[in-house]
Design a protein around this ligand. Sequence first.
Ligand code: GNR
Ligand code: NI
Length: 171
Amino acid sequence: MSIRKILTEPDKILRQVSKPVEGVGNEEQNLMRDMLDTMYAAKGIGLAAIQVGIPKRIIVIDLNKDEKKNPMYFVNPIIKQKNSVNSIYEEGCLSVPNQFAEIERPNKCEVEYLDFDGKKQLLKAEGLLATCIQHEMDHLEGILFIDYLSKLKKSMILKKLSKNKPDRIVV
Ligand code: GNR
Ligand code: NI
């Protein structure tokens, strides 16, 4: 198990469309373990494989804030249904560090996927979990939450990101 490097905007790899995996084998399970390690280390609640540079349709999520871990694994996820009622959450993204914006998405969704053991599952999600699943599934299509913002808001965030590059922080 190891912590991998999280790619950040404007890395072009983040814009790739991820490919379905053939099944869940050792390679996929090892990747999911690394993704969880990486996500916990970065204090995120979700991570898509493309964020560590792997264009596979694999997502990990853990909404638990305290010590108790509750890892969730989604391989080849498909949204079966989305609620027509939306809700707004303040979203952040490990690939858009330290930037946050309110994003409106369907407040419930039904997702079909393979779990860590390759078993087919159907999950009804709502609230933060529904938001997070949709945020991660956007990553599989090369979409970031900033793409939903106005041109002006998006360009402001991109400008701040370029200023926040570690090599430009003066201590
Ligand atoms: O850590 C994260 N928090 C978050 C908050 C609101 C909506 C979505 C997220 S996902 C994000 C981690 C991440 O970048 N996943 O791709
Ligand atoms: Ni993200």
